[in-house]
Design a binder for this molecule. Structure first.
Ligand code: WTA
Length: 685
């Protein structure tokens, strides 16, 4: 890759730099020039049926579809008469090819043993298939049928991928709940989608600590009447994280189907089953077989934050989703079966769904899966993994890159990362400085960087820089992927001029886009298809430059992006007001060098309650307990009152300025009581 800064005045600003793909990279890429990209993109928009039916041939259909899109705004159906199975797309299709005996997953645990070695598990496609078949049979034997929902609450272990694919195999939509969520958040998600079973594990390791998944899972399912079966994977061979000794012993013998009388500390009335990861094979032939499913069969529900308190269960279906995940792997990551792909996201977020599980496996690549924190025990853990395994593609988030910049170049420099050939980023806008550092220090100046803009709702990458085809501009997400028609518009939906800011919308549906919100189609319509008429509202603000590149500036709704985690301000606020001392709360973001945004909350207390440091800590702990540690606010200010409009709406804009320490320039004429603002200025965090 070469830098070709132009000679114009603007070239002194980093934002005008462009990085052109090297001839070598271009030669091996799927799309080799901007002209070729433009032609394909235009066809995908002008002739969606022709384009997508052709692209869909990449999947192993049981029954090939004869039509692509059926659109009744805002509901899309894709490949409706086609039938397939997502687990077959990821596994069975490689039977009889060279991929079958090749590693599908290479997993590395966080702890090092006495010899300084981490635990490493490699599963070939054949082995992964075998485990998926066994678990699929086990699910069936426990009464899970096509259409039943299964919740998955696990750490980063190969078994979480086994669980997802086993669900897909029998047509049971999964809902993976990030292992960092607290018990109450898990309970709410299980209840919302009415899951019949939970797949969980005893514990996992993160940053040298034990994550007590079993404890949280137990507390949650006790309050979930729909859960009949709990399947537990034991991460620790000694079962020490499980409850009582008798249970541990029986569990380690591989017994199943405990009833409520087995132990007083066990879950009442739930069937408890051991996760079979290897061995026993006590199931009938065919019990683990994949079923052919209509393309529009639900594949998974994934909860994400929106601008009201309740998380949204984003529903993805089978055919369109798997096609999007697969094609973006090929076109955007240039992913080949010979690649070792390392996506550092947790499988509990959409990035882990599409780019650890479904996309790379449907492309026949090998995925690295790492259990722990990227800077544990030393700040070079990630670089150590890249060197030892010879990773070829790294996909991570700007917040992680900024943290690495802070710990210093000496850590990556200790490692030979010459195996890397492509880098990717996702989750938030990347500041050009971080982009340039990533390019120079991690990519050795030779690896293209693909910035990838997308959302839980789009299912797969929607705006990006196709690595062999177009120049990269540090800080810009790039150009639309096939079938994506983004525009920057004003409130009426009129496209604004080049470089002017506005709302980022998508003009129509694409195959991997969400179909609805689980159990709440009205909310689907109002949240995505009503703000600007007849288009999909992303919730992001952006500008499009004269060259057609999109520059995303961040959320414009009440959603924050804290260290790559999407957090709704309303969720934090409702967690706070659920505490008996709190009268009212407002959550806002303030710019943060490391996390992108930091979360600051303003709290008014019920009368008679004194603001103390002990109470502050209690409230912060309360948010951790209700939602999860990752959502713990960075600052909390007590306030006598919150600034409101005359109609009673909290003026978050003013609070945001206050939290950022900037003088509000905006209009305060609608403020009901100016004294409130003056009082808040002095408050400490
Ligand atoms: C933000 C994560 C700028 C954006 C895949 C979006 C980005 C939200 C980028 C979705 C990027 C994601 N550049 N902003 N490359 N990627 N975002 O649902 O605000 O967790 O709407 O999906 O993250 O977050 P989500």
């Amino acid at each position: 890759m070469s830098e070709n800064t132009t000679g114009s005045i603007q070239s002194v600003s980093k934002e005008s730099r462009r990085f052109t793909p090297s001839d070598e990279f271009r030669a091996g890429a799927e799309v080799k020039s901007r002209a070729e990209y433009e032609a394909l993109w235009k066809r995908s928009i002008d002739d969606p049926n022709g384009f997508w039916l052709e692209q869909a041939k990449a999947l192993p259909w049981r029954t090939a579809p004869t039509k692509a899109l059926e659109w009744r705004e805002p509901h899309a159906k894709w490949f409706e008469d086609g039938e397939l199975n997502a687990s077959e797309c990821c596994l069975d299709r490689w039977k009889g090819t060279a991929n079958w005996q090749k590693a599908a997953l290479v997993w590395e645990g966080e702890p090092f043993d006495a010899q300084g070695q981490p635990e490493i598990v490699t599963l070939t496609y054949a082995q992964l298939h075998d485990r998926v078949v066994r678990l699929a049979a086990k699910l069936r034997r426990n009464g899970i049928e096509k259409g039943d929902r299964v919740a998955i609450y696990m750490g980063m272990v190969p078994e979480v991928v086994v669980a997802m694919l086993a669900c897909a195999r029998i047509g049971a939509p999964h809902t993976v709940v990030f292992g960092g969520f607290a018990s109450d958040a898990l309970r709410d998600r299980i209840i919302d989608c009415g899951a019949k079973a939970l797949v969980t594990q005893d514990m996992s390791y993160r940053r040298g600590n034990e994550v007590k998944l079993w404890e949280a899972a137990k507390a949650a399912v006790e309050q979930c009447p729909t859960i009949a079966t709990v399947i537990v994977h034991a991460r620790r061979p000694d079962h020490a994280a499980m409850d009582d000794a008798a249970f541990q012993k029986r569990f380690s013998l591989g017994e199943e189907d405990y009833d409520e009388t087995a132990s007083p500390t066990m879950m009442k009335g739930k069937r408890l089953v051991r996760f079979t990861s290897k061995g026993d094979g006590k199931f009938a032939a065919g019990e683990g077989d994949a079923v052919a499913l209509p393309a529009e069969h639900s594949l998974f529900v994934l909860y994400t934050s929106g601008s009201t308190g309740k998380p949204k269960g984003v529903l993805h279906t089978t055919g369109g989703y798997i096609l999007g995940a697969h094609l973006t792997c090929r076109y955007v990551f240039d992913l080949k079966p010979s690649d070792l792909f390392f996506c550092t996201a947790d499988v509990g977020w959409v990035t882990g769904h599409s780019y650890i599980a479904y996309g790379p496996l449907a492309t026949g690549a090998t995925c690295i899966m790492f259990e722990g924190a990227p800077n544990f025990p030393e700040p070079d853990r990630l670089w150590d993994i890249i060197e030892r395994h010879r990773v070829s593609i790294l996909y991570t988030a700007p917040t992680a890159i900024r943290a690495f910049i802070r710990t210093g170049e000496e850590w990556p420099q200790k490692h030979d990362m010459s195996s890397l050939r492509l880098l990717g980023t996702v989750g938030e806008p990347i500041n050009p400085e971080a982009w340039l550092w990533y390019h120079r220090v991690i990519g050795g100046g030779r690896c293209p960087i693909v910035d990838t803009w997308w959302q839980t709702e789009t299912g797969s990458i929607a705006i990006t820089t196709l690595p062999g085809a177009v120049d990269a501009k540090p800080g810009s997400a790039g150009l639309p992927f096939f079938g994506i028609h983004p525009k920057v518009v004003d409130q009426e939906g009129n496209e604004v001029a080049a470089n002017a800011g506005g709302k980022l919308i998508l003009a129509g549906p694409s195959p991997s886009m969400l179909r609805t919100i689980w159990g709440d189609d009205e909310r689907f319509k109002t949240a995505y298809w009503s703000d600007v008429p007849h288009v999909y509202t992303t919730g992001d603000g952006a500008r499009k430059d004269e060259d057609g590149y999109f520059w995303v500036v961040g959320r414009i709704d009440d959603v924050l992006n804290v260290a790559g985690h999407r957090i709704g301000t309303a969720e934090i606020e409702s967690a706070l007001v659920s505490h008996p001392s709190v009268a009212e709360a407002a959550a806002v973001g303030r710019p943060d060098d490391l996390k992108g945004q930091a979360l600051v909350v303003f709290v008014t207390l019920k009368s008679g309650i004194e603001p103390t440091d002990a109470l502050r800590k209690q409230l912060l702990d309360h948010v951790s307990k209700e939602i999860g540690k990752f959502a713990r606010p960075d600052g909390l200010r007590f306030a006598g009152a919150l600034p409101k409009t005359r109609s009673g709406k909290i003026m978050r804009r003013l609070l945001k300025d206050l939290a950022s320490g900037v003088e509000s320039k905006g209009d305060t004429s609608t403020l009901e009581d100016l004294n409130v603002l003056a009082a808040l200025r002095g408050a400490s965090e």
